[in-house]
Design a protein around this ligand. Structure first.
Ligand SMILES: Cc1cc2nc3c(=O)[nH]c(=O)nc-3n(C[C@H](O)[C@H](O)[C@H](O)COP(=O)(O)O)c2cc1C
Length: 394
């Protein structure tokens, strides 16, 4: 799945930023963000729109934030399911922006009159006389989101307060479970997904989400608490969608293939996510070993050199070592032939008559595999192996 970014890191790094430089988003990052939003595959159909608009570096658009140049607006139908989907989609865009090194902040309290003057087509809903007809009555621009670069020096007292009081402050797990007694039984993969869900942003940091499960933990449900009363914030279903996106992305990152069902309960949206089976990734190493053995059996002469006769086991050991060195190599580029040649060279360059040499090489390979990939190379391996030989002789 090419579209997947490192969502776990993005979730860890994301913070609501309220201090922006006046720089526009770099064109390369902007084009990546825009094309991601257009093409990202989602586990449901929807009619959410994300529109970009430009703003002046003033506080005319957001009450407490000086706008950066670039901003997003999230436009949604106003039924609970659509609002949940908008939260899900908007947060995936926010996390992608984070992964591109950009700062963001969901904003529910933006100035509609200012948006109307900056970009009339972006303000959907009753506040826009031009668009105020029946077809848009149930649809509105529900949130905006500045996108830009964090200006650390710009943090004023309010920002610092918000940063320390809200940003890192989260409810504890037992307060977020519909049935707290289930906590010790939650399977590891769902636990990891919940941990990511808890890090979601929410309006006034309300964290209105509650997690529940079906009997055998085949699915996780994310919804509002049964007794929830909307207070100060009209669209808590957006927050549920945001949290569901974190849970979903975490399961994807753990190699699950999650399926999503969305329904309403007590007029609030519920996301039910089935992790499904873990996708078993084929490990190239195994394939290569199989092909290599066939190759070895075909012609043992590959293993000889003018000076030293190499035994089959020497070669096999060396080959395994070489393969272990290139666990992530592309099988097309790194063919059996190259593996064989490298292995043979390895055996002849170190002393193949020396018993246990392959053990040394394997140890060297282990040491070597810890090196940064940029530092690697055949000669480095050789040097590592050679320095190890005297140590082993002792
Ligand atoms: C739907 C939504 C609306 C929000 N609206 C505002 C807002 O109007 N003004 C603001 O300063 N922050 C707003 N926030 C940001 C929250 O205050 C912030 O997510 C929360 O305090 C947690 O901090 P964090 O995002 O840094 O983890 C909003 C967040 C969400 C999800």
């Amino acid at each position: 799945m090419d579209w997947i970014f490192d969502a776990k890191t993005a979730i860890e790094n994301r913070r609501s930023v309220r201090s922006f430089t006046s720089d526009p988003v770099e064109p390369e990052a902007m084009s990546q963000l825009v094309s991601f939003i257009k093409s990202v595959p989602l586990p449901f159909t929807h009619n959410t729109e994300i529109k970009f608009f430009k703003a002046q570096p003033t506080k005319d658009m957001y009450y407490t934030i000086r706008s950066p140049e670039d901003n997003m607006a999230f436009i949604s139908d106003l039924d609970p399911i659509s609002l949940g989907k908008t939260g899900f989609i908007g947060e995936i865009a926010v996390l992608k922006a984070t992964s591109l090194g950009l700062s963001t902040c969901w904003i529910g309290t933006f100035k509609k009159s200012e948006l109307l003057s900056l970009s009339p087509e972006t303000l959907v809903g009753v506040d826009n006389p031009g668009l105020n007809d029946k077809s848009v009555a149930d649809r509105a621009t529900v949130c905006c989101c500045p996108v830009g670069y964090f200006q650390e020096k710009g943090l004023r007292l309010y920002d610092r307060l918000v940063k320390t009081v809200f940003s890192f402050n989260r409810k504890v797990l037992k307060d977020l479970l519909e049935e707290p007694s289930l906590e010790p039984k939650i399977p590891e993969h769902l636990m990891q997904a919940i941990e990511m869900g808890i890090k979601s942003p929410s309006a006034i940091n309300m964290q209105p989400w509650r997690f529940s499960f079906d009997e055998s933990f085949e699915s996780i449900l994310i919804g509002l608490p049964g007794d929830f009363k909307p207070f100060k914030w009209a669209y808590p279903n957006i927050d549920i969608g945001i949290c569901a996106s974190h849970v979903y992305l975490s399961l994807l990152a753990q190699d699950y293939n999650p399926k999503v069902e969305i329904f309403t309960k007590n007029n609030g949206v519920v996301f039910r996510i089935f992790p499904g089976k873990k996708v078993v990734k084929r490990v190239f190493k195994r394939k290569l070993i199989k092909r290599s053995r066939t190759e070895i059996n075909k012609g043992k002469t590959v293993a000889t050199s003018p000076t030293n006769k190499l035994g089959y086991n020497d070669l096999r050991g060396a080959l395994r070592t070489v393969i272990a060195l290139y666990p992530t190599a592309n099988p097309v580029k790194f063919g059996v032939g190259i593996a064989l040649r490298t292995a043979t060279a390895l055996c002849t360059k170190i002393d193949p008559k020396n018993k246990g040499v392959m053990g040394v090489v394997r140890t060297a390979a282990l040491v070597y595999s810890k090196l940064d990939t940029k530092q690697r190379g055949f000669n480095k391996l050789l040097i590592t192996a050679k320095t190890l030989i005297p140590v082993f002789k002792k």
